[in-house]
Design a protein around this ligand. Structure first.
Ligand SMILES: Cc1cc2nc3c(=O)[nH]c(=O)nc-3n(C[C@H](O)[C@H](O)[C@H](O)COP(=O)(O)O)c2cc1C
Length: 191
């Protein structure tokens, strides 16, 4: 299996725990990864501190890029990053991607991934949805992106908030092409 060059962007939607669980799982999957780059918006840092009551994103041994660093390698298609995951993805960031407004590194990197026809996964989070959100989801889907809403499942009987978040994160890892051992309906029972 070819090792992945992957960008993870964390935005200011509710659900910092999804980003935390993803970063934990990517650390375990490091043998499948060539490069892992992480971007956080200012709101993402605020929401992380508010919801998780810590700054544990600083504990992950990953390369963080400033949200305005347009010199980052994945701001250009020639760097050949193959996958980008935005988790959680705010409606604001989704709207800017759908409109092609590449005014920060996250939206520029997403624009690049779409133009290079590579895999973009948006773990969109808000409820309820208005027609603008729904149209933006349609636009991004038509452009080749995958909308994977932050909607957990419960048939694996998760016991903790981390296990609930993992029901979404495992789907994301699967969509991103990682080989993961997670619950499959009708098969084994693990998180
Ligand atoms: C505690 C908190 C929770 C939020 N939850 C959401 C949410 O679930 N979805 C959303 O689209 N925006 C949410 N927002 C608003 C976004 O943070 C805001 O729209 C911001 O401009 C998004 O910017 P970013 O995409 O650059 O991070 C939340 C804000 C706060 C403070």
């Amino acid at each position: 299996m070819k090792k992945k060059k992957i960008v993870v962007a964390i935005t200011g939607a509710s659900g910092a725990i999804y980003a935390k669980v993803l970063l934990q799982k990517l650390a375990v999957l490091e043998t499948q990864i060539q490069d892992l780059a992480v971007i956080m918006s200012d709101n993402a840092k605020d929401v992380w501190r508010y919801e998780l009551e810590d700054e544990s994103y600083k504990d992950f041994n990953v390369k963080f890029y400033d949200k305005n660093d347009f010199m980052a390698p994945f701001a250009s298609g020639s760097a050949r990053y193959d996958t980008m995951i935005i988790i959680p993805c705010s409606m604001g960031t989704m709207g800017r991607i759908a409109s092609g407004i590449s005014n920060d590194l996250t939206t520029r990197a997403a624009d690049v991934i779409l133009k290079e026809r590579r895999r973009l996964i948006l773990v969109a989070r808000d409820t309820p949805l208005n027609l603008i959100h729904i149209n933006n989801m349609k636009t991004i889907t038509e452009a080749g992106g995958v909308i994977c809403p932050a909607v957990p499942s419960f048939y694996s009987k998760p016991k903790t908030l981390e296990e609930v978040a993992a029901t979404v994160v495992n789907r994301v890892l699967d969509l991103a092409g990682f080989e993961v051992d997670s619950y499959q309906w009708g098969e084994k029972e693990t998180n």
